[in-house]
Design a binder for this molecule. Structure first.
Ligand code: ADP
Ligand code: ASP
Ligand code: MG
Length: 477
């Protein structure tokens, strides 16, 4: 079996749906396929906006709802001949009515819990799947719409629910194995054991595809998006970025964790577990070979050819909207368990620490997280460390905003001397100030924090200094 996942831009309108369904038919002519779909591009954002305005008691939610309804109805008009449009519109209209009722409920009680928001967001993927399934059937093929909520079992951490792999794999296998036609499955959503709808994190349809692929023991998971593959940097920031033909699972995980939005970072987890390759492809350019993400050996072997036998830096990624807290004070020196206290209080608050750095004198600990979580983190730390502050064992906390985490990633950076030197000297020459540095012991990743204002300059400088020379070398050879 092959799993094909199409992102929001690949199902953005009727024209795009027509094209991707051709890809599905081509794949289905060769083997069994399961199709995982995102909501139409922008629909999840519209649903969130609708929820927020309903919660504020504003009528604006109706406008957002009309846009959502209109996008789906327009696609029906493109995809179906006039005589068949009414039948295709009916289930979509019913779902939009249900959505309206829930939004109306939110407006009345002026409250939208994370649980309700998950239910509202689930409509995006459910609507796109109803539409595409109907279209596949109208084209004369057998298609079965499966409810991801009966397959992906999660906890009730609404908004980014954790998946229970064992339970999910059992259900996926049971649901998928009897199906002979094309299975269509909404991405992004799951349900608790009790059947309450959850979502598994923004951009999570990639992750769904991988869970389905692992559960069905697929031979391949294809992630179809709007770029030719995983690029050496975000193409919107570095115009010279180029497609990376092969990545190890670990490299892909590092790149996506540190901001390469093209694939959700968790996607690699189920795929690694069952050793299923992932292929990132472009639905706007299906003839492009894409990026193959596979085990280190497979990917590394392919990479041996480049950079004098060993490829060092594979790609650069960045996360903006970052803040850091510096905790300073002599009182931390040599006290066992101090870091543990800090981590557990932040974990309790649900603050995700992206990077940590501690000076060797233990005089400062620096924690890096998203600005959206910054105030919460600061308040929690202030509360936890009141005594240390009063007794001056800790001198101060400092919250610095408007920062960016940059990561330079490459499987073969380990044991390639001089990378860090080239990295920081090129930044120095460009006048970019580096606030914090961290390197994992795997040496697969060097991450550092700079000011947001240096974003474009830093990424272009690093790409030219560390990544692009490889492309030039390949072009010459
Ligand atoms: P989809 O809707 O298919 O899930 P996304 O918008 O989530 O697509 O991800 C694709 C986008 O990710 C690309 O259009 C590109 O702008 C962005 N992107 C950021 N970093 C990278 C990268 N390193 N390689 C490829 N694309 C990237
Ligand atoms: N529709 C969801 C989102 O926009 C999930 C996805 O597209 O992957 O985040
Ligand atoms: Mg995506």
């Amino acid at each position: 079996m092959k799993v094909l996942k199409f992102g929001g831009s690949s199902v953005a309108d009727g024209g795009r749906i027509k094209e991707v369904v051709e890809e599905v038919f081509q794949a289905a002519a060769k083997e069994r396929v399961a199709v995982v779909l995102s909501a139409m591009k922008g629909v999840t954002d519209l649903l969130i906006s609708a929820a927020r305005s309903a919660e504020e008691g504003s009528d604006d939610f109706k406008g957002f709802l009309e846009t959502i309804r209109g996008r789906h109805f327009d696609a029906v008009r493109v995809l179906f001949p006039p005589a068949d449009q009414a039948a295709a519109l009916t289930p979509l209209a019913l779902m939009c009515n249900e959505l309206e009722e829930i939004l109306h409920g939110v407006e009345l009680i002026r409250e939208c819990s994370t649980r309700t928001l998950d239910l509202l967001m689930s409509f995006g993927e459910r609507l796109s799947c109803v539409l595409v399934t109907a279209y596949i059937r109208a084209r004369g093929r057998d298609a079965v719409l499966l409810d991801a909520r009966e397959m992906i079992v999660t906890n009730d951490h609404f908004g980014s629910a954790a998946v229970n792999f064992e339970r999910s794999y059992q259900r996926i296998e049971a649901r998928l194995s009897p199906i002979r036609g094309i299975a269509v499955i909404p991405g992004f959503i799951g349900a608790t054991e009790k059947g309450v709808t959850t979502t598994i994190g923004r951009n999570g349809s990639d992750y769904t595809a991988s869970i389905i692929g692992a559960g069905a023991r697929a031979q391949m998971i294809e992630i179809w998006t709007d770029v030719d593959g995983v690029l050496s940097a975000d193409p919107r920031i570095v115009p010279d970025a180029f497609v990376i033909p092969h990545l190890s699972y670990e490299e892909a995980m590092e790149l996506s964790y540190f901001g390469a939005k093209v694939i959700h970072p968790y996607t690699m987890v189920p795929a690694v577990e069952r050793n299923i390759p992932l292929l990132i492809r472009n639905s706007l350019n299906p003839s492009a070979p894409g990026t193959l993400i596979a085990s280190g050996e497979a990917a590394g072997g392919a990479n041996e050819k480049t950079d004098g036998g060993r490829r060092a830096v594979t790609g650069i990624a960045s996360i903006s909207g970052i803040s850091l807290v510096n905790i300073e004070g002599g009182g931390m020196m040599g006290i066992p368990g101090f870091a543990a206290r800090i981590f557990s209080v932040l974990a309790r608050e649900g603050v995700n620490i992206i990077m940590i750095s501690q000076a060797s004198s233990e005089h400062t600990i620096c924690l890096v997280f998203r600005t959206a979580e910054g105030e919460r983190a600061l308040a929690a730390l202030n509360h936890e460390l009141t005594m240390e502050l009063e007794t001056r064992r800790i001198e101060r906390f400092e919250l610095i905003r408007d920062l960016l985490v940059v990561s330079v990633i490459g499987e073969n950076m380990a044991g390639t001397p001089g990378i860090a030197g080239r990295l920081f000297s090129s930044l120095g020459q460009a006048g970019v100030n580096v606030l914090v540095i961290a390197q994992g012991s795997s040496e697969r990743n060097i991450s550092f924090v700079i000011e947001e204002k240096d974003h474009v300059l830093a990424l272009r400088t690093l790409h030219a200094a560390l990544v692009a020379p490889r492309a030039n070398k390949e072009a010459v050879s």
